[in-house]
Design a protein around this ligand. Sequence first.
Ligand SMILES: Nc1nc2c(c(=O)[nH]1)N[C@H]1C(S)=C(S)[C@@H](COP(=O)(O)OP(=O)(O)OC[C@H]3O[C@@H](n4cnc5c(N)ncnc54)[C@H](O)[C@@H]3O)O[C@H]1N2
Ligand code: MOO
Length: 641
Amino acid sequence: MNQTPYKRKIYLEDKPRAEAREEILAASRLTPEIEHLAVAEALGRVTAEPIFARVSMPHYHASAMDGIAVVAERTYQAHEQNPLFLKIGADFCFVDTGNAIPSPFNAVIMIEHVHVVDEETIEIIEPATPWQHIRPIGEDIVQEEMLFPQGHQLRPADLGVLLAAQQLVIPVVKKPVVAIIPTGNELVEASAALSSGKIIEFNGTVFSGFIKDWGGEPRLHSIVKDEPEKIKEVLLEAAETADIIVINAGSSAGRKDFTVHIIGELGEVYTHGVAARPGKPTVLGKINGKIVVGVPGYPVSAYLALEWFVQPLVCQYLGVPVPQRQKVTVKLGRRIVSSMGAEDFVRMNIGYVDGQFVANPLTRAAGVTMSYVRADGLLIVPPNIIGYEQGDFAEVELLRPLEEIKEAIVFSGSHDLTIDLLSSQLKRVRTDMKIVSSHVGSMAGIMAIRKGEAHVAGIHLLDPDTKQYNISYVRKLLAGQDVILYPFLKRKQGWILPKGNPLEISAVTDLVRTDANFVNRQKGAGTRILFDLLLKETGLEPEAITGYDREMFSHLAVAAEVNGDGNGAGLGIYPAAKAMGLDFVPVADEEYDLVMKRSFFESEHGRLLVEIIQSAAFREQVEKIGGYEVVGNAELKSLAD
Ligand SMILES: Nc1nc2c(c(=O)[nH]1)N[C@H]1C(S)=C(S)[C@@H](COP(=O)(O)OP(=O)(O)OC[C@H]3O[C@@H](n4cnc5c(N)ncnc54)[C@H](O)[C@@H]3O)O[C@H]1N2
Ligand code: MOO
């Protein structure tokens, strides 16, 4: 049912981001309003006019030291061989730091350099120079001097200066009001009962946070349904009461995406589609003199579009420059492809390994908010290049302080959920540290160690010939490198089966007997190697297994498949079965070890990591999950041939 009068708009423009931004900045002709605030309320606010000192600081000649005030000229003959005796009142008076200097005195001698002879008399053996240890009037602030120009964002110390200069109430630029309008029939409040197709509205709260950070005042509207008349009404009202309008979702080519038509009807549209991803289907327009930014629904697209277009509008209103992020040059751990003609914003994890920043891309899916949350930086691939090769150097904008990135342990290889527990324990001990992990699989983890792109790699590779875990792979792939193999965990691998195990599976031959629908793992995965070994040992051919070609990329994905199929069966780790409420029949204890360069293992960070692995707190947490045994304090595995 499509009851709207609007046609779908299918083809979007590819306008350069800078051009689209300049257009709306030029079209926004708001005169910033001014308000007067008590200084204590003005932190972070922007001065609307130059502000001058009403009084000097100090406003009298003040002693800078504890000691005595003297007339300098009368001390000139004092000398070690010729001590000068001074009488209280006539020749000197005692002063403390901050005291006014009484006339006619014009210098202070520190008490340490004064010998008190009796209650009335002191002795000095060194002359004073005029104005020594005196803070003259206006040493800090001179009455009538300009303290701040307009457009200055007030920091804590600035407030002190204002009060010291007796500026009590100051003119600041009003915060621009930004109306935020979340739209969509599918949206519900976070507290609502969820059903399929319902989406929790959270973009509005994120936008409000960004707007506050940038110095604006967010006004979050309640959820608005995809009804053109309702949207029009809300937009027109916002155009009366707000300075900038943000409308969320409905920006693309869906049946109910009519934001662009409505803005066109009520005002004018400058842009629909920018040459940047994610965030392409952004709409920019104006209604009754107020700029409207229609940001895409997908959260990551939305956050970026907000930064591209709303932050500059807020800054323009406030009269401050748009803050720039710190940049750092990184070595790319993976190839990055990008489309010609559009900028690509790639969320990156960044680590500091062997004195070099290395970065790996996170998912580029615009709906995966965790990738934005976890990102250390953004790689902005310019429109005129098609990406980068692995090992290339590129500049990234930082989303976190550089120091935080430098203190992180970069973890590669096969992911295991205990790594997150390890990271959280680490953070308890060292608040400035954490583990950043990228899930690339055991083999790629070993390669990351070899190329100096990670500190630690988690691996579980069974050698079908020796039946040993990990050792032969490390020997071969890291030959000649000074690395160690740390025995970390034993994980239970087993059959993941529907609840109650209806087909009564406990061995690989049972898969054949029952013609169960097997769910396999991808080639190279540790679990796949184990399964192939089980087949070999029983003399079975892959063809005998229904579903051998059905490959999944994680333990959880296997469990999810089994969950939906009464005849399903998979091989994987216990926590995956547990997470989906499935049965689990143990098959093998897999050895999940950590590979590290010896230099890291012996470094402060490496030692800390081992300490935490061996701690009772970590062991307890892991063993509570079930299916794990922390090996931790056993000897390093020997890599000698
Ligand atoms: N045929 C095409 N389909 C899509 C295109 C396209 O070019 N052709 N563009 C895709 C891209 S890129 C994006 S981005 C999205 C933009 O979608 P809309 O702006 O129309 O937004 P919706 O479809 O209503 O929502 C998408 C998605 O976003 C999440 N969402 C929306 N609002 C909120 C909110 N307030 N809080 C949290 N999350 C929200 C939600 O997951 C929605 O499903 O279109 C693609 N499609
Ligand atoms: O351009 Mo969309 O904004 O990729 O997700």
